[in-house]
Design a protein around this ligand. Structure first.
Ligand code: NIG
Ligand code: FE
Length: 411
């Protein structure tokens, strides 16, 4: 019998606990209780220690399914403007790389971010974050990387933190100054990497950086430059992750693994050796089917090799204005099932359990007493529907730290 009343209790739905290493961990006719932002009961209604009304201040009877809150572990959500015009160019035949080499691509977003002040950047970014939350996200990773100078990178990271505060969600920030070479450093990539490394300690001291990322690619930074960024992160005790092997195999996954990276992301071109290195290091493969879909890629990540080697696969939106203007993690799960043939269960684990690990978080991602009360109440009969429906409104209630944060009522 609880000595203190719980803050909330939902009885009746199917709990999708994701307990254990496989399976949904379903509990039919479940009961989910929480207090002070933490789950205190995630089990069968019949296992409740007393009558519901005696346990909690607020008791709700419901049907449907409850999953852990979704965790979007790779986004570039903070940006200004958009790149719909480039999308049109690509549909007429121009490639992503050609547009980038001509000064468009990431650099066009850099121009827009540099011209936007902090409030404007927040105002543009908040609706995107609200959309992700409305479809079940309770934790977001947000990268810098469209500023590429000290003040603009700092502004992006500050806006990322403000998004979390405004919406009552957890935001993990990632420093991605090594995303592209800004025009003022043209022909001087090593000097730019020196500068980007130089900005990091101050941003870290301000509490703005939870992890460090880079874009290792022939149109971005080479392995030696990426290594220098990682060494700077390591010197500050910051974990690393990497945009690895997206357009070509540059050995990025193995490099991320060498530094004990939390994750290697995209990984369409990762080799067998890269997969083995990731498995040995415990590095998560973050699959980004939105970018694959929008760029109309055909090369699949080495999914069977990841499975065989036991590399955990996360799924994220990669929400960004260039390659993945995707505002729903549930939709990313659907794309992972359709394009990568993940099972709906793998996709759900990818957006919860494995996404938490890709962010180095061990207090969320499943329904279990002691974990954060981050969960989503869905209008579905079975969890496979989360990887099945395209669009629509399935989330009935999104809770972060036990507080209902979305979705807004239908109008
Ligand atoms: O994850 N690959 C590099 N970064 C982003 C795209 C950024 C952009 O085009 O604006 C990605 O796909
Ligand atoms: Fe990305």
């Amino acid at each position: 019998m609880a000595t203190e009343r719980w803050d909330g209790l939902i009885v009746g739905p199917t709990l999708v606990t994701l307990a254990g290493d496989a399976g949904y961990g379903l509990i039919e006719d479940g009961a989910l209780g929480w207090r002070d932002g933490v789950l205190v009961h995630a089990g069968a209604r019949s296992a409740l220690p007393a009558a519901p009304e005696a346990l909690a201040a607020e008791v709700v009877q419901a049907s449907g399914c409850i999953t852990p809150g979704l965790i979007d572990c790779h986004t570039h959500l903070v940006f200004a403007g958009n790149r719909a015009a480039e999308f049109e160019l690509r549909l007429q035949g121009a490639s992503y790389e050609e547009i980038a080499r001509a000064g468009g691509g990431i650099l066009s977003s850099v121009r827009a971010v540099r011209a936007a002040d902090e409030d404007a950047l927040l105002a543009e970014s908040l609706p995107r974050a609200r959309a992700l939350v409305a479809d079940g996200a309770t934790t977001l990773e947000i990268k810098s990387g469209y500023g590429l100078d000290f003040d603009s990178e700092r502004r992006m990271l500050r806006v990322a933190r403000r998004v979390g505060e405004a919406l009552g969600i957890a935001v993990r920030t990632t420093y991605l100054a090594a995303h592209a070479l800004p025009p003022e450093y043209a022909g001087r990539a090593d000097d730019y990497i020196d500068a980007a490394i130089g900005w990091l300690p101050a941003l870290h001291a301000e509490g703005l950086v939870d992890a460090v990322d880079a874009f290792a690619e022939r149109i971005a930074f080479d392995p030696a430059q990426t290594r220098r960024v990682f060494e700077a992160a390591r010197a500050l005790g910051l974990p690393v992750k990497l945009h690895a092997d997206q357009l070509s195999d540059g050995g990025g996954a193995a490099l991320a693994a060498e530094f004990g990276g939390l994750s290697a992301d995209h990984v369409e071109h990762t080799s067998e050796a890269g997969v083995r290195a990731m498995a040995a290091a415990g590095t998560v493969a973050v699959l980004l089917p939105g970018a694959f879909h929008v760029l109309r890629e055909t090369r699949l990540p080495p999914l069977d090799a990841f499975r065989a080697a036991g590399v955990p696969m996360a799924v994220a939106t990669d929400c960004n204005p260039g390659t993945s203007p995707l505002l729903s993690l549930r939709q990313a799960m659907q794309l992972a099932c359709t394009h990568f043939r993940l099972t709906p269960e793998e996709a759900l684990r990818g957006a919860t359990v494995h996404a938490a690990r890709a962010l180095g978080l061990d207090d969320r991602g499943r329904l279990r007493p002691g974990l954060r009360a981050d969960f989503v109440h869905w209008d579905v009969r079975a969890p496979a529907e989360l990887g099945y429906w395209l669009g629509g409104r399935l989330a009935r209630g999104v809770y972060a730290g036990g507080r209902r944060i979305g979705p807004p009522p239908a109008t």
